[in-house]
Design a protein around this ligand. Structure first.
Ligand SMILES: N[C@@H](Cc1c[nH]c[nH+]1)C(=O)O
Length: 382
C-alpha cells in the first residue's frame, strides 16, 4: 500500500504519449512513403524484435547503448532483456548471424519503435521513438556512404520535406588526433568539452601543442567545399589525416551523385551513439535544431563494414502537412453492399450507420460524412 494519490486515468509515464488522428495517420503514411523509396533502391525490409537478450544486444555495436536501454526481466527464464533503444545494432547482429550468408552488398530497411531512457535530443521529450532507416552492409567506400545519403535525400523529397541539410562529421577524428599528438589523458576531458561547446578560447587554453590545429579545425566547419579546402591544407598526423582524407573522398562521391544537396562539414563534432567508426551524418531542416535523422559508418558484430541512415519519423512528420483523411460516406442500414464496396475501392471510408431517415442525416453530419448512401441513392450532407 502507498499513500500516493490515485493516478489520473489519462496519465502516462514521462516521455510516452498517445498519438491521435491525424498525427498517427500522418506517421503511418509517412513511414510507408519512406519505406517505398527505400524498397525502390533494393533495400528489403527486415523486422528485428522489440526485445533482445541484454548480453547479445549490448555486445558489438550496442555496447555503447547500455545507459539508454530499459531492462526487463523475462519472468519465464529470469534472463535480462533489453528494450531496444536503436535498431542499427540489431542489424549489425543479423548481418553477422542469420543474414551472414546473404549476398553482399546487403541492403536492408526497417521501421519500428524504440525506447530510450533519456530523450535523444535536448529539445525532445519523447522516450518512445520511431525509427525508419536503411543499412548498406559489405562495402567500405565513399560511394557506399554517398548512396546512403542520396537515397535518404530522395526519401525526404518524396515526403515533401524541403530545405534539408546534411551535416557530415567524423567522430573518430578528434580522439585519433589527440592520441597521436600525445595530449595527456588528464587534459582530454576539458578539451573535448571545449570542442563540444565550440568554445575557441577554452580550446586554445587546453589544446597545448594542438591549439593552432584545433582552432583551425573549429574555423573550418561550414559549407562542405569551404571546409574541405581548409582541411586539406592542415598538417596532421597519419591516422587523423587518413580519417580526414576519407571524409574528403566521401564529399566528392556525394557531389558526383547529388551536386545539389546542402552539405556541411563539422570536423570537431562527435554527437550520436558511440559505435560509429567513420564518416557520419546528421540531417537537419534549415532553421530548426531537431535532428531529422542520423547515420554513419560502423562495424557489424563480426567486424564487417557497414553504413546506414536512420530517420526519426516523429520529428520528421511535424514538418509536413497532416495526411488528408479519406472522404467519408454514411451507410444507412439499407445501403447497397456492392455499391459500398465500390466506394471503398475508390478510396472512400464507409461508416456503418445504425440510423435511418432524418437521424441518419444528422449522424452523418456529426461523424464528418460527405453523403449518405441509402440503397443506391446518395444524399449530400447539407
Ligand atoms: N541508428 C543510428 C544511426 C545509424 C544508422 N546506421 C548507422 N548509424 C541513430 O539513430 O543514431
Amino acid at each position: 500500500m502507498t499513500d500516493d494519490p490515485p493516478l489520473s486515468p489519462a496519465l502516462l509515464p514521462s516521455g510516452f504519449v498517445d498519438l491521435l488522428t491525424p498525427d498517427a495517420r500522418t506517421e503511418a503514411e509517412g513511414v510507408a512513403t519512406l519505406m517505398d523509396v527505400f524498397a525502390s533502391h533494393g533495400y528489403d525490409r527486415v523486422r528485428p524484435p522489440l526485445m533482445e537478450f541484454e548480453e547479445t544486444y549490448l555486445a558489438g555495436a550496442g555496447a555503447s547503448l547500455a545507459e539508454q536501454s530499459f531492462r526487463v526481466m523475462d519472468p519465464d527464464t529470469r534472463r535480462m532483456m533489453v528494450l531496444r533503444p536503436d535498431i542499427t545494432p540489431q542489424i549489425a547482429r543479423m548481418a553477422a548471424t542469420r543474414a551472414g550468408g546473404a549476398a553482399r552488398p546487403l541492403r536492408v530497411s526497417y521501421a519500428g519503435t524504440c525506447v530510450v531512457v533519456a530523450p535523444v535530443a535536448a529539445e525532445e521529450s519523447g522516450r518512445q521513438v520511431m525509427q525508419t532507416g536503411i543499412e548498406l552492409i559489405g562495402p567500405d567506400s565513399p560511394q557506399a556512404d554517398a548512396e546512403i545519403l542520396a537515397v535518404g535525400a530522395e526519401a525526404l523529397e518524396r515526403l515533401g520535406v524541403t530545405g534539408v541539410s546534411f551535416d557530415l562529421t567524423m567522430p573518430p577524428f578528434i580522439p585519433a588526433l589527440l592520441e597521436e599528438a600525445g595530449i595527456p589523458a588528464s587534459s582530454r576531458p576539458a578539451l573535448l568539452r571545449a570542442l563540444d561547446r565550440k568554445d575557441a578560447a577554452a580550446v586554445a587554453e587546453h589544446g597545448g601543442a594542438l591549439s593552432t590545429t584545433l582552432t583551425a579545425l573549429l574555423e573550418s566547419s561550414g559549407a562542405a567545399e569551404h571546409a574541405v579546402a581548409r582541411l586539406t591544407g592542415l598538417n596532421l598526423p597519419p591516422r587523423a589525416r587518413a580519417i580526414l582524407d576519407r571524409l574528403v573522398d566521401t564529399v566528392a562521391a556525394i557531389r558526383e551523385s547529388r551536386p545539389d544537396l546542402r552539405l556541411t562539414v563539422d570536423p570537431v563534432e562527435f554527437r550520436g551513439w558511440k559505435y560509429h567508426t567513420g564518416v557520419c551524418v546528421t540531417v537537419f531542416a534549415t532553421g530548426r535544431s531537431e535532428e531529422l535523422g542520423r547515420g554513419g559508418r560502423y562495424l557489424c558484430n563480426d567486424n564487417e563494414p557497414a553504413c546506414g541512415l536512420t530517420f526519426r519519423p516523429d520529428v520528421l512528420f511535424r514538418l509536413i502537412p497532416a495526411a488528408a483523411p479519406r472522404k467519408r460516406v454514411y451507410l444507412a442500414p439499407d445501403a447497397d453492399r456492392a455499391e459500398a464496396a465500390r466506394l471503398r475501392a475508390q478510396g472512400f471510408a464507409t461508416i456503418g450507420g445504425f440510423s435511418a431517415g432524418p437521424q441518419a442525416m444528422e449522424d452523418a453530419r456529426r461523424l464528418g460524412c460527405d453523403f449518405v448512401l441509402s440503397g443506391l441513392a446518395r444524399t449530400d450532407v447539407s
